[in-house]
Ligand binder design. Structure first.
Ligand SMILES: [Fe+2]
Length: 253
Protein backbone atom coordinates (compact mmCIF):
# COMPACT_ATOMS: atom_id res chain seq x y z
CA UNK A 1 0.00 0.00 0.00
CA UNK A 2 2.75 2.36 1.04
CA UNK A 3 4.53 1.47 -2.17
CA UNK A 4 1.48 2.48 -4.24
CA UNK A 5 1.33 5.84 -2.48
CA UNK A 6 5.02 6.42 -3.05
CA UNK A 7 4.65 5.50 -6.70
CA UNK A 8 1.69 7.83 -7.28
CA UNK A 9 3.56 10.64 -5.47
CA UNK A 10 6.59 10.02 -7.63
CA UNK A 11 4.39 10.10 -10.75
CA UNK A 12 2.78 13.37 -9.56
CA UNK A 13 6.25 14.91 -9.05
CA UNK A 14 7.31 13.72 -12.46
CA UNK A 15 4.21 15.31 -14.04
CA UNK A 16 4.87 18.57 -12.16
CA UNK A 17 8.48 18.53 -13.26
CA UNK A 18 7.44 17.90 -16.85
CA UNK A 19 4.96 20.80 -16.67
CA UNK A 20 7.58 23.06 -15.17
CA UNK A 21 10.04 22.02 -17.85
CA UNK A 22 7.50 22.78 -20.60
CA UNK A 23 6.63 26.15 -19.10
CA UNK A 24 10.34 26.99 -18.83
CA UNK A 25 10.92 25.88 -22.43
CA UNK A 26 7.97 27.94 -23.67
CA UNK A 27 9.38 30.98 -21.81
CA UNK A 28 12.78 30.38 -23.29
CA UNK A 29 11.26 30.22 -26.78
CA UNK A 30 9.36 33.45 -26.05
CA UNK A 31 12.60 35.06 -24.94
CA UNK A 32 14.39 33.92 -28.11
CA UNK A 33 11.52 35.25 -30.25
CA UNK A 34 11.50 38.55 -28.35
CA UNK A 35 15.27 38.78 -28.74
CA UNK A 36 15.00 38.15 -32.50
CA UNK A 37 12.33 40.82 -32.80
CA UNK A 38 14.45 43.25 -30.82
CA UNK A 39 17.47 42.53 -33.01
CA UNK A 40 15.42 43.03 -36.18
CA UNK A 41 14.05 46.31 -34.79
CA UNK A 42 17.58 47.44 -33.87
CA UNK A 43 18.85 46.63 -37.36
CA UNK A 44 15.89 48.44 -38.87
CA UNK A 45 16.53 51.56 -36.79
CA UNK A 46 20.23 51.36 -37.69
CA UNK A 47 19.25 51.32 -41.39
CA UNK A 48 16.92 54.30 -40.77
CA UNK A 49 19.76 56.17 -39.04
CA UNK A 50 22.09 55.54 -42.00
CA UNK A 51 19.36 56.68 -44.42
CA UNK A 52 18.70 59.75 -42.31
CA UNK A 53 22.39 60.62 -42.23
CA UNK A 54 22.60 60.22 -46.04
CA UNK A 55 19.49 62.38 -46.49
CA UNK A 56 20.91 65.00 -44.13
CA UNK A 57 24.17 65.07 -46.10
CA UNK A 58 22.28 65.27 -49.42
CA UNK A 59 20.17 68.10 -48.04
CA UNK A 60 23.24 70.02 -46.84
CA UNK A 61 24.88 69.51 -50.25
CA UNK A 62 21.81 70.77 -52.09
CA UNK A 63 21.53 73.82 -49.79
CA UNK A 64 25.20 74.57 -50.51
CA UNK A 65 24.53 74.15 -54.26
CA UNK A 66 21.57 76.55 -54.01
CA UNK A 67 23.73 79.12 -52.22
CA UNK A 68 26.43 78.75 -54.88
CA UNK A 69 23.76 79.30 -57.53
CA UNK A 70 22.47 82.33 -55.64
CA UNK A 71 25.97 83.83 -55.37
CA UNK A 72 26.41 83.33 -59.10
CA UNK A 73 23.04 84.87 -59.92
CA UNK A 74 23.72 87.94 -57.74
CA UNK A 75 27.06 88.51 -59.39
CA UNK A 76 25.78 87.95 -62.92
CA UNK A 77 23.52 91.02 -62.53
CA UNK A 78 26.57 93.26 -62.39
CA UNK A 79 28.88 93.44 -65.40
CA UNK A 80 31.76 94.61 -63.19
CA UNK A 81 31.71 91.69 -60.79
CA UNK A 82 30.51 88.98 -63.19
CA UNK A 83 32.75 85.94 -62.92
CA UNK A 84 34.73 87.40 -59.99
CA UNK A 85 33.81 84.64 -57.52
CA UNK A 86 34.46 81.90 -60.10
CA UNK A 87 37.93 83.29 -60.73
CA UNK A 88 38.65 83.77 -57.02
CA UNK A 89 37.55 80.17 -56.40
CA UNK A 90 39.81 78.76 -59.13
CA UNK A 91 42.82 80.84 -58.07
CA UNK A 92 42.29 80.12 -54.35
CA UNK A 93 41.93 76.38 -54.98
CA UNK A 94 45.23 76.27 -56.87
CA UNK A 95 46.98 78.37 -54.23
CA UNK A 96 45.65 76.09 -51.47
CA UNK A 97 47.03 73.02 -53.24
CA UNK A 98 50.42 74.71 -53.82
CA UNK A 99 50.48 75.64 -50.12
CA UNK A 100 50.30 71.91 -49.29
CA UNK A 101 46.67 71.69 -48.22
CA UNK A 102 44.66 68.56 -48.97
CA UNK A 103 42.24 68.31 -51.89
CA UNK A 104 39.32 68.39 -49.42
CA UNK A 105 40.63 71.57 -47.77
CA UNK A 106 41.26 73.11 -51.20
CA UNK A 107 37.66 72.27 -52.19
CA UNK A 108 36.27 73.98 -49.07
CA UNK A 109 38.46 77.01 -49.85
CA UNK A 110 37.21 77.06 -53.46
CA UNK A 111 33.57 76.88 -52.30
CA UNK A 112 34.30 79.70 -49.85
CA UNK A 113 35.82 81.63 -52.75
CA UNK A 114 32.54 81.21 -54.62
CA UNK A 115 30.55 82.37 -51.58
CA UNK A 116 32.90 84.98 -50.10
CA UNK A 117 30.83 88.00 -51.18
CA UNK A 118 27.38 86.40 -50.78
CA UNK A 119 26.74 88.79 -47.86
CA UNK A 120 26.63 91.66 -50.38
CA UNK A 121 23.02 90.55 -50.84
CA UNK A 122 22.43 92.72 -47.75
CA UNK A 123 24.13 95.81 -49.22
CA UNK A 124 21.78 98.24 -51.02
CA UNK A 125 22.32 98.48 -54.79
CA UNK A 126 23.10 102.22 -54.75
CA UNK A 127 26.12 101.46 -52.53
CA UNK A 128 27.10 98.26 -54.32
CA UNK A 129 27.01 99.87 -57.77
CA UNK A 130 28.17 103.36 -56.84
CA UNK A 131 30.40 104.58 -59.68
CA UNK A 132 33.00 106.12 -57.37
CA UNK A 133 34.53 106.04 -53.91
CA UNK A 134 32.18 105.30 -51.00
CA UNK A 135 31.45 107.68 -48.13
CA UNK A 136 32.28 106.73 -44.54
CA UNK A 137 28.68 105.60 -43.85
CA UNK A 138 28.53 103.63 -47.10
CA UNK A 139 31.76 101.84 -46.14
CA UNK A 140 30.25 100.94 -42.78
CA UNK A 141 27.36 99.23 -44.59
CA UNK A 142 29.69 97.60 -47.16
CA UNK A 143 31.94 96.23 -44.42
CA UNK A 144 29.08 94.18 -42.98
CA UNK A 145 29.09 91.77 -45.93
CA UNK A 146 31.58 89.20 -44.51
CA UNK A 147 29.50 88.80 -41.33
CA UNK A 148 26.20 88.68 -43.27
CA UNK A 149 27.69 86.06 -45.62
CA UNK A 150 28.94 83.88 -42.77
CA UNK A 151 25.52 84.10 -41.11
CA UNK A 152 23.83 82.93 -44.32
CA UNK A 153 26.03 79.81 -44.53
CA UNK A 154 26.12 79.19 -40.75
CA UNK A 155 23.24 76.64 -40.72
CA UNK A 156 25.36 74.30 -42.87
CA UNK A 157 27.25 72.32 -40.20
CA UNK A 158 29.29 70.57 -42.90
CA UNK A 159 30.52 73.99 -44.07
CA UNK A 160 31.69 75.34 -40.70
CA UNK A 161 35.26 75.95 -41.96
CA UNK A 162 33.82 77.73 -45.00
CA UNK A 163 31.72 80.02 -42.78
CA UNK A 164 34.92 81.12 -41.01
CA UNK A 165 36.66 81.78 -44.33
CA UNK A 166 33.70 83.88 -45.53
CA UNK A 167 33.72 85.84 -42.26
CA UNK A 168 37.45 86.59 -42.32
CA UNK A 169 38.23 87.14 -46.03
CA UNK A 170 38.82 90.89 -45.42
CA UNK A 171 41.11 90.51 -42.41
CA UNK A 172 44.64 91.77 -43.03
CA UNK A 173 48.03 90.44 -42.03
CA UNK A 174 48.77 93.61 -39.98
CA UNK A 175 45.41 93.56 -38.18
CA UNK A 176 43.96 96.53 -40.09
CA UNK A 177 41.18 94.50 -41.74
CA UNK A 178 37.62 93.65 -40.74
CA UNK A 179 35.32 92.46 -39.19
CA UNK A 180 37.46 91.33 -36.23
CA UNK A 181 40.84 92.99 -36.82
CA UNK A 182 42.61 89.60 -36.68
CA UNK A 183 46.28 89.53 -37.66
CA UNK A 184 48.90 87.06 -38.93
CA UNK A 185 48.24 83.41 -38.23
CA UNK A 186 45.17 84.11 -36.13
CA UNK A 187 43.41 84.69 -39.49
CA UNK A 188 42.17 81.27 -40.69
CA UNK A 189 44.54 79.97 -43.39
CA UNK A 190 41.68 79.50 -45.88
CA UNK A 191 40.70 83.17 -45.43
CA UNK A 192 44.30 84.26 -46.10
CA UNK A 193 44.30 82.14 -49.28
CA UNK A 194 41.00 83.62 -50.51
CA UNK A 195 42.24 87.14 -49.66
CA UNK A 196 45.27 86.85 -52.01
CA UNK A 197 43.12 85.54 -54.89
CA UNK A 198 40.40 88.14 -54.16
CA UNK A 199 42.83 91.08 -54.16
CA UNK A 200 44.52 89.89 -57.37
CA UNK A 201 41.21 89.50 -59.19
CA UNK A 202 39.85 92.81 -57.89
CA UNK A 203 43.00 94.62 -59.07
CA UNK A 204 42.86 93.12 -62.55
CA UNK A 205 39.10 93.71 -62.97
CA UNK A 206 37.64 96.77 -64.66
CA UNK A 207 35.61 99.06 -62.37
CA UNK A 208 33.26 101.87 -63.41
CA UNK A 209 35.77 104.39 -62.02
CA UNK A 210 39.09 102.77 -62.97
CA UNK A 211 40.57 100.39 -65.51
CA UNK A 212 41.80 96.97 -64.43
CA UNK A 213 45.51 96.67 -63.79
CA UNK A 214 47.59 94.46 -66.06
CA UNK A 215 48.87 91.16 -64.72
CA UNK A 216 52.36 92.64 -64.16
CA UNK A 217 51.00 95.76 -62.43
CA UNK A 218 48.80 93.61 -60.18
CA UNK A 219 51.74 91.39 -59.23
CA UNK A 220 53.72 94.52 -58.35
CA UNK A 221 50.90 95.64 -56.05
CA UNK A 222 50.67 92.15 -54.48
CA UNK A 223 54.42 92.21 -53.80
CA UNK A 224 53.99 95.56 -52.03
CA UNK A 225 51.17 94.11 -49.89
CA UNK A 226 53.01 90.87 -49.02
CA UNK A 227 53.65 90.77 -45.27
CA UNK A 228 51.70 94.01 -44.80
CA UNK A 229 48.07 93.26 -45.63
CA UNK A 230 48.53 89.84 -47.26
CA UNK A 231 50.25 86.67 -46.02
CA UNK A 232 53.82 86.93 -47.35
CA UNK A 233 54.38 83.22 -48.02
CA UNK A 234 51.04 82.80 -49.78
CA UNK A 235 51.61 85.91 -51.89
CA UNK A 236 55.01 84.64 -53.05
CA UNK A 237 53.49 81.23 -53.85
CA UNK A 238 50.64 82.91 -55.73
CA UNK A 239 53.06 85.00 -57.79
CA UNK A 240 54.94 81.80 -58.76
CA UNK A 241 51.68 80.08 -59.73
CA UNK A 242 50.35 82.85 -61.93
CA UNK A 243 53.76 83.35 -63.54
CA UNK A 244 53.46 79.79 -64.88
CA UNK A 245 49.70 79.84 -65.42
CA UNK A 246 48.33 77.84 -68.34
CA UNK A 247 46.36 79.87 -70.93
CA UNK A 248 42.92 78.76 -69.65
CA UNK A 249 43.66 80.31 -66.24
CA UNK A 250 41.70 83.33 -65.00
CA UNK A 251 44.78 85.55 -65.29
CA UNK A 252 44.76 88.87 -67.14
CA UNK A 253 47.56 89.74 -69.64
FE1 LIG B 1 34.42 90.75 -49.96
Amino acid sequence: MAADVALSQALAYARDLKNLYEVARAREEDTVRAHDKLRAAYQQSLAYAVDLKKTHRRLQRSILQSLLGLANALEAKDEYTRGHSDRVAALARQLALEAGLTVRQADVIAQSGLLHDLGKIGVPEHILRKPGPLTQEEWTVMRRHPVTGSQIVAPLESFAEGALIVRHHHEREDGSGYPDGLSGETIPLGARVVAVADVYDALTSERPYRRGLTHAEALGRLAAEAGRTLDARLTTLFTDIVAHAPPEWPVRD
